[in-house]
Write a protein that binds this ligand. Structure first.
Ligand code: G1P
Length: 277
């Protein structure tokens, strides 16, 4: 079982300025719920009980969101509005939160390494990038589907992938590998944000990972890569060369809520599904 889930949440969210000037981008709501809460609910569904959040300066709203607001509770207790708190209360009843701060922004790999102090070295753990918002098609969240694969191959990391147009390869980590069972590839190459002419395939990594604890030692030795940042993709390539990385083509949908287009699509999608209409 995967019990801990790491959420890198220290980024600036520059693409959503000015909205993200004083509000963490992870707190932007799709309908009435912040992006990060969707991620936490996915992790709970996949069996995680501990949420480890790597924050940074200006991110206090995240901690307040996953805590009791006594004033609010007092105001609406027993009124017809109380049900609005049901979802967040259920999240808080079903997991615990721990936080650490990333002092300098040195890339996703560095953010994950910063979370080592919260995760420890005992078990494999999940990573969710909350701005990749996923919804399941077959009753199982993307992370749950990945946890099932990891159960079968406990010595391997698992990354979630989807097919993208070749013109978009420079936005993602891109993998190459051999199909070993339906929708599962053994990865032998991975490149961070390659131009389409250099991309090994059109299979892009989305923001869901299951990582083995060895990743921390590998990250410590990983030199800055694309953009001068420490890339999780480069660290995973080291493990892929040891036969320890699988890529899983998930079922479901995924929205890139780090872009305005993706955010609007997600909003429309969840609005259609909701009872808010
Ligand atoms: C990160 C990773 C990239 C991955 C992407 C998924 O990039 O570095 O490999 O494909 O997340 O969303 P970012 O979107 O943070 O630039």
């Amino acid at each position: 079982m995967i019990q801990k889930c790491l959420f890198p949440a220290a980024g600036y969210g520059t693409r959503f300025l000015p909205a993200t000037k004083a509000i963490p981008k992870e707190m932007l709501p799709v309908l009435t719920k912040p992006l990060l809460q969707y991620g936490v609910e996915e992790a709970i569904e996949a069996g995680c009980e501990t949420m480890a959040i790597v924050t940074g300066r200006g991110k206090r709203a995240i901690e307040d969101h996953f805590d009791v607001s006594y004033e609010l509770e007092h105001q609406i207790k027993g009124t017809s509005k109380e049900h609005y708190l049901n979802e967040i209360r259920s999240v808080m009843d079903n997991c615990t939160f721990s936080y650490t701060r990333q002092i300098e922004m040195k890339g996703l790999g560095h953010a994950i390494l910063t979370g080592e102090t919260l995760i420890g070295h005992e078990d494999s753990f999940a990573v969710i990038l909350a701005d990749d918002l996923c919804d399941n098609a077959n009753g199982q969240t993307v992370l749950r589907q990945m946890a099932n694969i990891h159960k079968k191959y406990p010595d391997c990391c698992v990354v979630a992938i989807e097919e993208i147009p070749m013109t978009d390869t420079n936005k993602y980590g891109v993998i190459a590998g051999n199909l070993i069972e339906e929708n599962v590839y053994k990865v032998d190459n991975m490149v961070e944000k390659p131009e389409s002419k250099d991309a090994p395939s059109n299979l892009a990594i989305i923001g869901r990972y299951i990582l083995i604890p060895q990743i921390f030692d590998v990250l410590r030795d990983t030199k800055p890569g694309k953009g001068g940042e420490i890339q999780i993709t480069d660290a995973l390539l080291t493990l892929a060369k040891q036969g320890k990385v699988l890529a899983y083509k998930f079922s479901g949908v995924r929205f890139d809520c780090g872009s305005v287009d993706g955010f609007v699509e997600a909003t429309n999608y969840f609005y259609k599904k909701s009872n808010l209409k």
